[in-house]
Design a protein around this ligand. Sequence first.
Ligand code: FPP
Length: 243
Amino acid sequence: MSLFQKKESAPLPPPNHIAIIMDGNGRWAKKRGLPRTAGHAAGAESFRRIANYCRELGVKYLTVYAFSTENWKRSTEEVGGIMTLLGNYLREALRDMEKNKVHFVFFGDLSRLSPELRQLCLEAESASREYDVQVNFCLNYGGRDEIIRAAKAFAQDVARGEKTPEELDEATFSQYLYSASVPDPELIIRPSGEQRTSNFLLWQSAYSEFVFMDVLWPDFGPRELDEAIAQFHRRDRRFGGAK
Ligand code: FPP
């Protein structure tokens, strides 16, 4: 460092829980004249890079939107391509469990997945239980669907006499969501220039800071994550209070 260079201050700690909408794979592929599935393959690489970087930074929970309840509307070829990438990734994760040391959890209705993929999800989840850093894969996930399922499950507990309506408060309801026992994300990042939540973590994002970035997901790397975390630290979080 030269004498005249400003000494860099220590980086601020990352949030405990970061969630990402991995958007822009299709546009990334289109720009290159490639099929959309090539964009998703590049997106899967980007995910690997960011998951490793989050672990290095000490992020405790990383939640990624891999496939929504609405994504079934895409072509059979594209849906099949994403499912194949997920399957390959989980097989690799099961092989490298000791190296990655990540606990895999799945948010979403896995019953619509192929039996093979569902089995891989269950195996990855149970084989990685002992690890502290948690990656939540949202697969066939929708925020509204999650809330409706939670409401039904609570109603069933009431019908069985295990709960009373008076017991229902925010903390109790949270325990019926896929994210039960996971703290809400402090930071939600959406790359690709779109500025909407697209049915992602509707309940959990009540007080999350959103960072929207003009970069396509396959081009998103550690530098972009650092920038999103820096933006997060510049926000004034009041949680409805006043200063
Ligand atoms: C949104 O981009 C992305 C998806 C619907 C799929 C995300 C899936 C992956 C990144 C691969 C999953 C695999 C692993 C291992 C994580 P888009 O296709 O809507 O992009 P566009 O808006 O540019 O069309």
